[in-house]
Design a binder for this molecule. Structure first.
Ligand code: ASP
Length: 293
């Protein structure tokens, strides 16, 4: 734990699709390493937006989670990638949906935020944008994508799912959130979940930054991340605001997980699925990594 007066905090998730009894030692090792890098960056006054973009890019490219390299193929057998990112102070946001074969969907989402007047691009237009701006492409998809940790071939028919996400508070008081996914295995072509939707899947404002995971259809219908932010803004404690959204998801028949950080540096990481791969640290508390309770 750093010894100073700085105030920063971050949380990471590797998806709420963790299945009890499976071995997540590899993802926990990875989250520990990545968490240490995020700690150092925030301690060195990096911007929250840069830290969440960095973390999600690393989570995408390692192939251990259902995002980026570990993404779930759709029912037609190919991968469609979704991601979004939001900066709390400026309220700028970028998102990409149903993108094929780019190494970092969150990088493309950030590019859309910074280089276009739009929040979201999808399909053919997203592809053209990503190519024109030189984002790294997956040149050999058959050999690039891999089954992530904790997912078996048999699960693929059983709507296995996962996502990666990051939220951060930096030493200047800035908040940011980012989320990226390959979605759910066997999803229909063109299916888009909560992850690239700024509001349900990802949210950051002056008070709170949030990234969600779980079956996107339930998250979207619960109101998702921005519904937590609006409850929190109206005075509901962060823990309760998140729990109310998870309760709504349970009422709708789903389960999910949330990571959230507030502007005072408090973190919550609840889930009502079997487990959620997760990590967090603050300027005043050590790195914690866990998958189950
Ligand atoms: N929310 C993601 C989706 O529905 C999946 C997940 O978080 O596990 O695409």
């Amino acid at each position: 734990m750093p010894d100073n007066n700085k105030n920063w905090a971050f949380a990471l998730h590797g998806g709420a699709g963790a299945v009890a009894g499976r071995d997540y030692a590899e993802t926990e090792r990875h989250l520990r390493e990545l968490g240490a890098a995020c700690q150092q960056q925030l301690q060195d006054d990096a911007a929250a937006l840069d830290v969440v973009a960095y973390a999600v890019t690393k989570l995408e490219s390692c192939g251990l989670y259902v995002a980026g390299r570990g993404s779930a193929p759709n029912s037609a057998g190919y991968v469609e990638l979704d991601a979004s990112i939001m900066d709390g102070r400026s309220r700028e946001a970028g998102a990409v949906a149903a993108l094929r074969d780019f190494v970092s969907p969150v990088g493309v989402a950030r590019g859309i935020m910074e280089k276009t007047p739009h929040v979201m691009l999808a399909g053919a237009g997203a592809l053209t944008f990503a190519r024109e701006h030189g984002f790294a492409e997956v040149t050999d998809p058959a050999n690039y994508y891999r089954l992530p940790v904790g997912v078996t071939r048999e699960d693929v028919d059983d709507i296995a799912h996962g996502t990666v996400g990051a939220v951060a508070l930096d030493t200047s008081g800035g908040l940011a959130a980012a989320t990226s996914t390959g979605g759910t295995f066997g999803k229909l072509e063109g299916r888009i979940g909560d992850t690239p939707l700024v509001g349900p899947g990802t949210w950051a404002d002056d008070n709170i930054a949030i990234s969600c995971t779980g079956i996107g259809e339930h998250i979207i219908r619960s109101g998702g991340a921005s519904s937590i932010a609006f409850r929190y803004k109206s005075g509901v404690p962060m823990e309760n605001a998140v729990q109310e959204m998870l309760d709504e998801i349970a009422r709708l028949g789903g389960d999910a997980g949330v990571i959230a950080v507030s502007r005072d540096g408090s973190i919550v990481m609840p889930y009502n699925s079997e487990g959620m791969k997760r990590a967090c640290a603050t300027s005043h508390s050590d790195l914690v990594v866990a998958t189950f309770a």
